[in-house]
Ligand binder design. Structure first.
Ligand SMILES: [Mn+2]
Length: 419
């Protein structure tokens, strides 16, 4: 019997529109320690994106290392396996690995050997002890694979994707070999940080993994010999192949587009080399993400009364205040927009982090069409008034009001006087 917790995409140190997520991360890690006490897992797997950036702030590093130390104190037998994601600096994350190994904390940042010259799949293998005190699983601690990290596959149509597949093939072979030598009944488990074909992305959340034209790897990258595949990268929890392959998702919403679903960690039970059961454990949300309106957007005059109703939110310290995004549908320019919104929010216990403006024309054509509207012009005949008129028409599907044109002509006239 072997019990494992699977989590990923912590993104410690994330700055959210200028606000720190540290209090939310600290609450999550406190909660995770309680889960360790309650579920008493033999191991914890963290499948990449430990930190949000390659140079995490000292406070983020402190949060991480103090979690490791508290977890070890609470549960001295706990085995931790941690890999680097695309947001992490693999070799930096791995730098203290020699020290942490002594505490059964295995950190893998790169699949390369110590000299950084060759792939070494043996060093990715972490045997996990279960109830029996014997090895009950062998984990392939595969970090995020960059194009330079993967084996060369001759004549591959896509060298990166083919290389990732080859990397797993060779790693699984190495794991099977180790299993045959040391623990014949053990389960083979792989960690991965990748975008699986068919996976649900969260718009504007995950940093896309595109090299050349390729992005998503196929499910067949993970051979049936693997009893379980613990994935990171996609922030929404999801599963494939009857739950044999799973993303645990991130523990906190990392963008507004992630606000609507339940974040979780997974608790897995293995016996006889097979996955027996999976329980998803919802992570309590300590700071909410509010959008006004809840869906889509609305004109400012409709939004303002809704903002005033936020006065009813309980007063809490800044770090606990909900994050707020306001989605405005604009029929024309309005330099007082922010001011009106801030006024309506006065005294409200919220943090306004984003005013997202979509114009009527953008809404009609779809934002992309408006962004990429083809522009061609004869510069010799292009006047400031023509530029204003065209841009206004593009944004608002209407002619600019007379007072706006007058204001422009006043400015131009002043320039003439100054010249
Ligand atoms: Mn991530």
């Amino acid at each position: 019997m072997l019990k494992i917790l699977h989590t990923a995409d912590w993104h410690l140190g994330q700055s959210f529109h200028g606000y720190s997520r540290e209090p939310e991360h600290a609450s999550f890690l406190d909660w995770l320690l309680l889960q360790l006490q309650e579920h008493q897992p033999h191991a914890l797997l963290l499948a990449g994106d430990v930190f949000d950036t390659i140079h995490p702030a000292a406070t983020a590093q402190k949060l991480f290392y103090s979690f490791l130390s508290r977890a070890r104190q609470l549960q001295p037998d706990l085995q931790l396996v941690i890999t680097a994601g695309n947001h992490d600096a693999g070799s930096r994350l791995e730098a203290p690995a020699g020290l942490l190994d002594a505490f059964s904390i295995h950190i893998v940042g790169t699949p390369l050997n110590a000299a950084g010259t060759e792939l070494d799949f043996r060093r990715l293998l972490v045997p996990l002890r279960g109830d029996s005190g014997q090895t009950e699983a062998i984990v392939i601690a595969m970090p995020f694979l960059r194009p330079a990290d993967v084996p060369t596959v001759p004549a591959a149509e896509d060298p990166w994707l083919a290389g990732i597949r080859a990397a797993y093939e060779q790693a699984v072979a190495a794991a099977a070999e180790l299993r045959a030598e040391t623990a014949p009944g053990a389960a083979l488990i792989a960690i991965g940080h990748c975008h699986l074909a068919g996976g649900l992305e969260t718009l504007d959340s995950e940093r896309r993994l595109v090299v050349g034209h390729a992005e998503a790897i196929g499910l067949d990258t993970f051979p049936p010999a693997l009893a379980y595949v613990a994935l990171g990268h996609l922030h929404r929890a999801q599963q494939f192949q009857q739950g044999r392959i799973r993303y645990s998702g991130s523990p906190i919403p990392l963008s507004f587009t992630e606000a609507a679903y339940q974040h979780q960690i997974l608790c897995l039970d293995f016996a006889g080399g097979q996955l027996q059961s999976v329980q998803s454990i919802p992570v309590p949300r300590t700071v909410s993400l509010l959008s006004v309106p809840v869906r889509g957007n609305a004109p400012l005059e409709t939004i303002l009364p809704q903002l005033c109703s936020l006065q009813e939110l309980p007063e809490v310290p800044l770090e606990q205040q909900p994050f707020l995004r306001v989605n405005v549908l604009a029929s024309g320019p309005d330099p007082t927009r922010r001011q009106q919104i801030e006024q309506a929010l006065q005294g409200c216990s919220v943090r306004l982090v984003q005013i997202h403006v979509q114009t009527v024309a953008e809404q009609q054509q779809g934002a992309d069409a408006a962004d990429s509207a083809p522009v061609s012009a004869d510069l010799s005949t292009l006047t400031p008034v023509a530029v204003l008129t065209r841009e206004y028409q593009r944004l608002y599907a209407a002619d600019p009001p007379a007072e706006l044109l007058q204001a422009l002509s006043d400015v131009l006239h002043q320039e003439d006087l100054l010249a």
